[in-house]
Design a protein around this ligand. Structure first.
Ligand code: NDP
Length: 295
């Protein structure tokens, strides 16, 4: 029984941001282009506002220019579509992100479809997802959170090829693309969702688990094969009277138990979370490189 390696997403994300900072300034010096990211925020969800603020801060820190449009909760779908199309046509914008979830009176599908595929830094356009799912096709962008999970495995030299991977959750933004990415890396992948019977029997077979459920401490130590690698995407508030805010954040995995069984594990916070934004910056820079044909 050992203590698992803690996969330090915060440190890796910092390293990636430093790499991007250097690349962004090299681009600016050699061709005079500053990468630009446009974020569209609709409505007044507090969590969404926080995510958008953090994305803007992260852009500033690496020298990416950020553009922001905030629309009222009762805006029409047409207004959102107009913003998207304005950014599609704006040559100083290389990435467009529509902060989800959108207000319920809007058709998310229509809006995501409107983002130009070459500026779809979130990787949510169905063409990009479709290419991700197909052999021999290359998406222009891969969704940031699952990409961050895979990047953590790579940077910790954790092999994926031939491994048994289990993804818990099948959302369009995390679980499903995570499973597709693992498969592209030659893992044998099983997906667990809310209708799966005896999930613990399936997770016990896994060499790698990526969990994106949204249930605090759902995965117990007994669900985990000794030596498995655990990537915990879940961010769940639990009551904690000793915390200043009255709550703290935990993952889907019971960290205390899992860290005694696993060989490596991401903490929450400080694991996947910081990687998501680092991947967004990386996708934005990659987009600017592609659009301006910069090597
Ligand atoms: P969704 O709610 O969209 O999807 C949750 C998935 O988990 C669904 O596929 C659902 O199954 C499945 N599920 C729910 N309950 C169970 C259960 N008891 N057993 C097995 N599967 C279950 O969530 P997201 O994918 O958007 O997010 C998941 C978590 O990741 C959240 O905690 C979120 O906060 C976090 N997150 C973190 C990010 C980051 O680190 N940057 C980014 C995005 C999300 P079904 O399909 O059958 O309903």
């Amino acid at each position: 029984e050992g203590a698992a390696t803690v996969i330090d997403g915060k440190a890796v994300a910092k390293q990636i941001r430093d790499e991007i900072t250097i690349e962004v300034s090299r681009m600016k010096e050699s061709i005079g282009v500053v990468p630009g990211l446009a974020v569209i925020l609709v409505g007044d969800r507090k969590d969404s506002a926080t995510y958008v603020r953090n994305k803007k801060k992260a852009c500033d820190s690496v020298g990416i220019k950020s553009f922001e449009v905030c629309l009222a909760e009762d805006s029409s779908e047409e207004e959102v579509l107009r913003s998207v199309s304005g950014f599609n046509d704006d040559p100083s914008v290389h990435g467009i992100l529509v902060q989800l979830p959108l207000p319920s009176h809007m058709d998310e599908q229509n809006i995501l479809n409107a983002v130009g595929i070459e500026k779809d830094v979130d990787g949510f356009h169905p063409l990009n997802i479709g290419r991700l799912a197909m052999r021999g096709r290359e998406p222009l962008f891969v969704p940031c959170t699952p990409k961050g999970c895979i990047e953590l495995l790579h940077r910790y030299n954790i092999g994926i090829k031939g491994k048994r991977a289990v993804v818990i959750g099948r959302s369009n933004i995390v679980g499903m693309p995570a499973a597709l990415l693992l498969q592209r890396e030659d893992a044998t992948v099983t997906i667990i969702h809310s209708r799966t019977k005896n999930p613990e029997e399936i997770t016990r077979e896994a060499d790698i688990i990526i969990s994106a459920v949204g249930q605090a401490n759902m995965v117990r130590g007994s669900w985990i094969k000794p030596g498995a690698v655990i990537i915990d995407v879940g961010i769940n508030p639990v009551e904690d009277s000793s915390a200043a805010r009255g709550y703290r954040l935990v993952g889907d995995i019971c960290y205390e138990e899992a860290s005694k069984v696993a060989s490596a594990i991401t903490p929450v916070p400080g694991g996947v979370g910081p990687m998501t934004i680092a991947m967004l910056l990386s996708n934005t820079f990659t987009s600017a490189k592609r659009i301006h044909n910069f090597q």
